[in-house]
Design a protein around this ligand. Structure first.
Ligand code: C2E
Ligand code: CA
Ligand code: CA
Ligand code: CA
Length: 284
């Protein structure tokens, strides 16, 4: 312990040490984990707010660690970004989830195309192979580009120069949707939106949380209403995340949001869960 006396400080030091050891252990285990197939993907449905139908799903990666059990992305994505493993890991997530989208399409030709949303880390964005890898994956799986949506956080694109935007523009021209994730958390230059090759805004969960009461805070209502109006005038679709209650869903629907995602509809789960949800939906 660094400071004199104080068990509290010693404990804090020990915890910090333990965390650092785990971090180090996880970092060194990442490459083998990918080789051994320890990563898996859970899918969370995207639901149309107007009619409640399942329109697609977001792919969310997890790590089944042999000692620590299931780890969420917040535990290892930052480490993978730091070491560069995010590039092969991200490529694996993309291929795996696009394959899954293909399976859904085959089983649910009646419910219309299932779309798949995949998160892109800023490191993948600046990696020169992004466009080619994506094209190859779509070709190998026979999935149309317009069934794929790549999610990039608002903060990754703030102040992005043309070199960073070029691959996204190429993908958008091919028909791939680009979503601005966690929208409203960064310092958002709304006028800047026009410059970005983006077709979907994903409103951050903090907005959804402020819709908890019914009626919600009038200032928050005005803000969301303004964002939705602006987004629609720029031909962007608005998706809301973190919907946990029916009241939130209703409020966001009234405000004109297009699609929603959250525990109220379904937690992230195995791919077959989406089949069930989509089937229930199709026969309702
Ligand atoms: P995100 O892209 O903002 O994903 C939404 C997160 O909110 C997910 O957490 C999801 O499980 C959680 N969530 C969904 N509905 C609700 C709800 O109603 N209430 C609450 N409280 N939470 C909800 P998760 O799965 O832990 O993922 C965390 C973050 O990790 C993601 O945030 C994303 O930034 C990142 N991530 C996940 N998968 C990947 C991936 O394949 N690649 C990269 N680069 N990042 C990923
Ligand atoms: Ca996301
Ligand atoms: Ca998000
Ligand atoms: Ca978020």
């Amino acid at each position: 312990a660094k400071s004199a006396g104080g068990n509290r400080f010693e404990l804090a030091d020990e915890e910090a040490d333990a965390r650092a050891i785990t971090r180090h252990g996880l970092t060194t285990a990442l490459p083998t984990a990918l080789e051994r197939g320890e990563f898996f993907i859970e899918y969370q449905p995207l639901v149309h707010l107007g009619d409640g139908s399942v329109r697609g799903a977001e792919a969310l990666v997890r790590w089944l660690h042999p000692q620590h059990g299931v780890l969420g992305p917040d535990r290892f994505i930052p480490l993978a970004e730091h070491t560069g493993l995010i590039v092969p890991l991200g490529r694996w997530v993309l291929e795996e989830s696009v394959r899954q989208a293909r399976v859904w399409r085959e089983r649910h030709s009646d419910t219309g195309p299932m779309r798949i949303n995949v998160n892109l880390s800023p490191c993948q964005l600046s990696h020169p192979g992004l466009v080619q890898d994506t094209v190859e994956i779509l070709e190998r799986t026979g999935v149309r580009p317009d069934a794929l949506c790549l999610e990039v956080t608002e903060s990754a694109l703030i102040g992005a120069d043309d070199d960073l935007l070029k691959p996204l523009r190429r993908l958008a021209e091919m028909g791939v949707d680009i979503a601005l994730d966690d929208f409203g958390t960064g310092y958002s230059n709304l006028a800047n939106l026009r410059r970005l090759p983006v077709s979907v805004l994903k409103l951050d969960r903090s907005f959804t949380q402020s819709m908890q009461q019914f009626p919600a805070d009038p200032v928050d209502l005005k803000i969301v209403e303004g964002i939705v109006t602006l987004a629609h005038s720029l031909d962007l679709t608005v998706t809301v995340e973190g919907v946990e209650t029916g009241a939130q869903a209703e409020q966001l629907r009234i405000l004109g949001c297009d699609t929603a995602q959250g525990w109220y509809y379904a937690r992230p789960g195995p791919p077959d869960r989406l089949h069930e949800l989509a089937l229930v939906d199709a026969t309702a």
